[in-house]
Ligand binder design. Structure first.
Ligand code: FES
Length: 72
């Protein structure tokens, strides 16, 4: 889906940018040019970025802590 009509930026591109480390709308503006013309896409782009970042965080493998058994 096209998010930014002015710069023809898709939600997929925003998700890819998030996966590559984009953490803010400013990052997306720098990397993709999203929301740099009329600005109408700024809220939608921010929501997609936030969703992508929270999704990737929930997919991170859990760190398991092993507690050594104490001798009986
Ligand atoms: S729709 Fe994104 S800057 Fe206009």
């Amino acid at each position: 889906m096209i998010v930014c009509v002015c710069r023809r930026v898709s939600d997929r591109q925003i998700r890819e940018a998030a996966a590559e480390g984009a953490v803010s709308l400013e990052c997306l503006q720098f990397e993709l040019g999203v929301a740099t013309q009329c600005g109408r896409c700024a809220d939608c782009a921010s929501r997609i970025l936030c969703d992508a970042r929270s999704s990737s965080a929930s997919n991170m493998p859990m760190v398991r802590m092993h507690v050594a058994e104490q001798g009986a």
